[in-house]
Write a protein that binds this ligand. Structure first.
Ligand code: ANZ
Ligand code: ZN
Length: 806
């Protein structure tokens, strides 16, 4: 009987359809413990899936099936992240309505995903564009609004003056519009904001609770960016105002030789003197035309002197006030004190504009004679710092905020880099923001019982070019009544960003038909939170942070009783084309799984996806390697077919090999070293083939263990083998096999026999051989080479026999 992947895979696909292998209860009818293994759900791209997408889904399915074999009930859902720019842009390009193209793409990708034969429970499917789903996306927004976490603000956004539209950061490439190449500027637009900053501290501290890669935790912590420092008030010379700066280094106050304000700072223009007025205004205007991306880029510093001075509150020194765009308006106070001796950017600025540099921290107390770069280490002794001279700078750094507070010249502060989340888009293909603007009542939420607020069907959904959403053009939709006072009012026409649905979708899977609640408490308690989340590292910051924020909010209002959504996280690497080039249609290097499945079968492709390299690393795709995996499966098949009806008695060797196989697969799987699981499987199979040649076959228990161990990876062939071995229940009910460390021990060991330190022979001895027996055997093995007088005999147990002769 030859291995016929087509027939076997078809047979078991139909079989699983009829007899699902993932029941909620065990054999005795007891409720099984759940294990929730989640994939980052895809956006239904028109290009379909390539072998890179497959890899992630295979990894999560292998893990799910492993947990299934360990006795869990597996929660393993799939859905569609279908709102947002990519979907809308694709629709515009193809000239079809996004609802239509999205539905078509979902159907195609679902077909492709089914080819993986993953354990997905399609009864749990969700689609973020389904009104029954986005009803709850809107509901969360209304709840946040009521809690004061959603608010409106005028905000400078990226703006393309040629396309006349707001752009997402991702659409700005090197400061230019992705579509037309025009320089992107800033435009003040009214935006909806979510106050994620209210959760900054919890989002930071709770990272400790998570079993996530350290790298990802660090990326989140850096994004939140907590720092301790001080605000210091500098009076402006000759005026009543003070300028407050934010600094993490108040210990360097004596070295502050100038001050820089962001061009958008409220006082910027008014600090100009008649002599500097023109230059200051010009600088402020030019900065307003630049994108943030441009401003952050490492290029030569620009700036302008305002003509005014501030007074250093510690030593009374006059400090010139400059404007420069390297200071960001929306961080700290938008004004900084500049210490060129100890900060790189300040050093560069001071050098360019010939501003004095005063060193205040000295290594070993010695002042540097000719500074060519800033001394940025915070360790050293204070110099040129009045009463602080001689102090250790590290000690002063901690004390300075409190000293400043005592002197009444500022306050100790904590700062976060995290900003509130710009939550509105001037686009069509998103969830309408459920707010009504009433001339009398202001912004009023749509009553919860009227949700979902449906996205109206329109003819023209392209960006309007005025910065307003296409929804603004639909009169009958925009005009409505105020839910509070009943007077004529207008709907909010912005839509939500594409992150809105993905921030909470994983909660909805487990109760996706509930029209009364986002998720019932009962279902939530039964199946949430997520035990294992698998997806690409590109989501290490935003998606994961937003999801954590949403979950914490839903915890606070009592919807769920956990405040972290994802207990464990695994980031898979990317599959690239040749030379590490990202797969993309335009590069023509996309490998579709469809042909490979047809030619080699699903089981072979699943295993090959894992075999290409460590799952956490990127890997170059090469079709040819799949042959090896396919040969391996044929070998397993052949071994079983040769042995199954022979009733072979298990030998010690077979038992040893069986236990080694179980050990290797289990421990490597636990470490997520999936590629070495496959290579280990191959090695042990070769060994078993050898043993089988000697013994005329392999015992049924060993073959059965092979089937079970293979099941997470190649489920169809595993089921078939299991059945051929005489079982009439699914292999997934078999339980994960245990290994016996005793049985794994090699009972014979190989020992080198040396004469005067040179190896002359190798003998095979019992592992617990006595010293005398070992030496006797060793001498016998090299008898013909022993020509002199033996002066010493050494046995290092289990390793070496050394005979010293003269
Ligand atoms: C004086 C100083 C001396 C500073 C020194 C640094 C080193 P983090 O850790 O990122 O919070 N800063 C403050 N507000 C800024 C803004 N809006 N735009 C650009 N830079 C700003 O960094 C805080 C430090 O970054 C602050 O401490 C300030 O420079 C600068 F040897 O003040 B420092
Ligand atoms: Zn009203």
């Amino acid at each position: 009987m030859v291995y016929n992947h087509k027939a076997i895979e078809k047979k078991w696909r139909e079989n699983w359809e009829k007899n699902p292998v993932n029941p909620k209860v065990d054999k005795d009818g007891n409720k099984k413990q759940k294990y929730y293994c989640l994939d980052m759900f895809p956006y239904p791209s028109g290009n379909g899936l390539h072998v890179g997408h497959w890899r992630g889904y295979v990894i999560s399915d292998v893990w799910s099936r492993y947990k299934l074999l360990q006795g869990y009930y597996i929660v393993h859902p799939m859905g569609w992240d279908a709102f947002g720019l990519p979907a809308e842009n694709y629709a515009i390009k193809m000239g079809v309505h996004p609802a239509k193209s999205t539905a078509e793409n979902v159907a195609n990708i679902k077909r492709q995903i089914n080819e993986i034969a993953a354990l997905y429970d399609w009864d749990m499917e969700v689609n973020t564009t389904d009104p029954e789903f986005y009803k709850w996306t809107q509901w969360i927004f209304v709840k946040m609004f009521k809690e004061g976490l959603a608010y409106e603000k005028e905000f400078p956004i990226n703006w393309c003056p040629s396309c006349k539209t707001g752009l997402a950061n991702e659409e700005v490439v090197n400061g230019k519009c992705e579509r037309c190449g025009t320089e992107v500027t800033k435009k003040n637009l009214r935006q909806w904001m979510l106050k994620i900053t209210a959760y900054a501290e919890r989002l930071l501290n709770d990272l400790d609770k998570l079993d996530w890669p350290e790298k990802v935790k660090k990326m989140q912590a850096d994004w939140i960016g907590k720092s301790y420092g001080a605000e210091v008030d500098f009076p402006v010379e000759g005026r009543d105002e003070k300028i407050t700066v934010y600094t993490t280094r108040p210990d360097t106050l004596y070295g502050a030789t100038f001050m820089v304000l962001a061009p958008e700072h409220a006082l910027a223009a008014s600090l100009a003197t008649p002599e500097t007025k023109d230059a200051v205004e010009k600088y402020i205007y030019e900065a307003s035309m630049k994108s943030n991306v441009d401003r952050m880029q490492d290029k030569e510093k620009t700036g302008v002197f305002t003509g005014s001075y501030a007074i250093n509150p510690l030593n009374g020194e006059k400090t010139p006030i400059w404007l420069s765009d390297y200071v960001l308006a929306d961080y700290g106070t938008g004004a900084i004190m500049c210490v060129p001796a100890h900060d790189d950017r300040d050093f560069e600025f001071a050098t360019k504009f010939k501003i004095p540099i005063i060193q205040v921290i000295a290594k070993d107390g010695k002042e540097i004679e000719n500074m060519t770069e800033a001394y940025t280490e915070a360790n050293g002794t204070m110099i040129n710092s009045g009463e602080w001279n001689g102090m250790e700078s590290a000690v002063l750094k901690k004390e300075a905020p409190h000293i400043i507070e005592e002197r009444g010249i500022g306050r100790a502060t904590v700062n976060y880099k995290l900003r509130d989340w710009v939550f509105s888009r001037q686009r069509y293909w998103g969830e309408p923001i459920p707010i009504v603007h009433c001339p009398d009542c202001g912004a009023v939420p749509v009553p919860e019982e009227e949700l979902p607020l449906r996205l109206p069907d329109v003819e023209s959904y392209e960006p309007t070019g005025t910065g307003e959403s296409p929804l603004a053009g639909i009169e009958e939709w925009v005009n409505c009544k105020c839910p509070v006072c009943g007077k004529p009012a207008k709907r909010e026409t912005n839509t939500m960003p594409q992150w809105a649905g993905s921030s909470w979708y994983f909660l909805r899977y487990v109760d996706n038909h509930n029209d009364k609640e986002l998720v019932s408490r009962e279902k939530a308690d039964e199946m949430l939170p997520v035990d294992m989340y698998i997806g690409g590292v590109e989501h290490a910051v935003l998606h994961l942070l937003y999801s954590r924020f949403y979950t914490k909010f839903l915890y606070d209002i009592g919807v769920v009783d956990f405040d972290e959504p994802f207990h464990k996280l695994f980031n898979q690497g990317m599959i690239t084309g040749k030379n590490g080039i990202k797969m993309s249609k335009s590069k023509g290097n996309v490998v579709s799984p469809d042909d490979l499945v047809r030619d080699y079968g699903c089981d072979s492709l699943r295993m090959y996806e894992l075999f290409v390299g460590p799952p956490e690393l990127d890997a170059e795709w090469d079709d040819r390697g799949i042959d090896g995996v396919s040969r391996f499966l044929k070998k397993v098949w052949g071994l079983v077919m040769d042995s199954k009806d022979k009733n072979i008695e298990a030998t010690k060797e077979m038992i040893k090999e069986r236990n080694k196989l179980i050990y290797d697969v289990t421990t490597r799987l636990e470490n997520f070293s999936l590629n070495t699981v496959i290579s280990g499987f191959m090695e042990h199979t070769n060994k078993l083939v050898e043993i089988s040649k000697k013994a005329g076959g392999i015992d049924t228990e060993t073959l059965g263990s092979m089937a079970v161990l293979l099941a997470p990876f190649a489920p169809h062939i595993a089921e078939e083998i299991w059945e051929q071995l005489g079982h009439n229940e699914t292999v997934f009910a078999a339980g994960w096999p245990a290994y016996d460390e005793e049985a794994m021990k090699d009972d014979e060991i190989e020992i080198a026999v040396q004469i005067n330190g040179k190896t002359r022979a190798v003998v095979a001895l019992a592992a617990d051989v006595s010293k005398e027996d070992a030496l006797a055997a060793g001498k016998a093995a090299v008898a013909d080479k022993l020509t002199g007088t033996i002066v010493k005999e050494i046995y290092v147990p289990g390793r070496i026999i050394n005979i010293v002769q003269k």
